[in-house]
Design a protein around this ligand. Structure first.
Ligand SMILES: [Zn+2]
Length: 87
């Protein structure tokens, strides 16, 4: 199973940082709901990210960061299975 990490980019310093991890399936539902501004499914209430976050570790002060998307990371066990099939 793949995990998805939401990424934000700080408007002030330009740093990209992770804030929030979920499954790939959940991430796509959450991202679309945020973009089209629809009601979040009840199972995500309380855990969903927002379109903007504070960058409290900002090198230039206290920044505002925008949600720029999410990255997919495969679990190590899944990669091992795939590698085993190739050999
Ligand atoms: Zn910053």
């Amino acid at each position: 199973m793949c995990t998805a990490k939401f990424q934000y980019k700080c408007r002030l310093c330009g740093e990209i940082f992770n804030n929030g991890i979920t499954s790939e399936e959940n991430a796509s539902v959450i991202l679309v709901a945020l973009i089209v501004n629809t009601k979040m499914p009840e199972r995500f209430i309380g855990i969903q990210p927002s379109l903007i976050e504070l960058h409290s570790n900002c090198k230039k002060g206290y920044g505002v960061a925008d949600l720029v998307g999410y990255i997919i990371e495969s679990a190590p066990a899944e990669r091992n299975v795939t590698d085993g099939e190739k050999t």
